[in-house]
Design a protein around this ligand. Structure first.
Ligand SMILES: Cc1cc2nc3c(=O)[nH]c(=O)nc-3n(C[C@H](O)[C@H](O)[C@H](O)COP(=O)(O)O)c2cc1C
Length: 197
């Protein structure tokens, strides 16, 4: 299994990265690469529309180009881990996700028949997308973020989609006292181990 783990928090030892590491630690024989967005020099989508008019990939050349052009298309599993910042995902994660616009297929923009299953993505089928979110607030807040991520991952062509959410996590150390989250991460890893033996 090839797994690309994208960390969207500037706290490299923070809660979202720790939860992602709990998942990665339980992946059997997997090739896991970690990319910390805070280390990379990149911009959000510039709306140049080159990916619609003259290219099948994002033409921007910056710190996430290789990730978008090579690493994600080749991965079985993409994990995006991010904290809630002011009621949505961190800005680092949102800028990264906006660049996925280039993965949308031309059919996605042409579709007019609501009964026809759209071919949304230029990414190959069979991939798994995992979204990890950590927040200071309790459960019951930010369900809409998971809903938006479900739409995002489905639209981008991820055949399988999973979510891990850690609530009431403020200090970076809080997650160490949460065996429930470690257990959830382990259960998801077991499922991925079976899917990509
Ligand atoms: C700038 C900033 C904004 C935040 N906004 C929220 C928020 O709106 N709701 C919330 O529940 N937690 C908020 N938090 C808390 C973080 O989401 C929480 O501590 C999370 O576990 C941090 O993950 P990390 O350690 O991976 O960065 C905020 C933290 C920061 C630094």
């Amino acid at each position: 299994m090839k797994c690309v783990l994208v960390h969207g928090s500037p706290r490299k030892q923070g809660n979202s990265s720790s939860l992602a590491a709990m998942l990665a630690d339980c992946l059997r024989g997997a090739e896991v690469s970690h990319r910390h967005l805070a280390d990379l020099d990149y911009s959000g989508c510039l709306g140049c529309m080159s990916c619609r008019k003259k290219s099948e990939i994002c033409v921007l050349q910056d710190g996430i180009s290789t990730l978008l052009r090579e690493e994600i298309p080749a991965a079985d599993v993409l994990v995006i881990a991010a904290p809630v910042y002011l009621d949505y995902v961190s800005g680092q994660a949102k800028l990264f996700m906006d660049r996925f616009f280039a993965y949308l297929s031309p059919e996605y923009f042409r579709q007019t028949d609501p009964n026809k299953k759209p071919v949304n993505s230029r990414l190959p089928e069979g991939k798994t997308g995992v979204f990890i979110l950590t927040q200071g607030q309790p459960e019951g807040r930010y369900g809409y973020i998971t809903e938006m991520m479900e739409t995002f991952l489905r639209k981008m062509g991820f055949t399988y989609r999973h979510y891990l959410r850690g609530c009431l996590l403020n200090s970076s150390r809080d997650i160490q006292a949460r065996p429930d989250l470690r257990e959830q991460a382990g259960a998801l890893a077991r499922l991925l181990n079976e899917r990509y033996p």
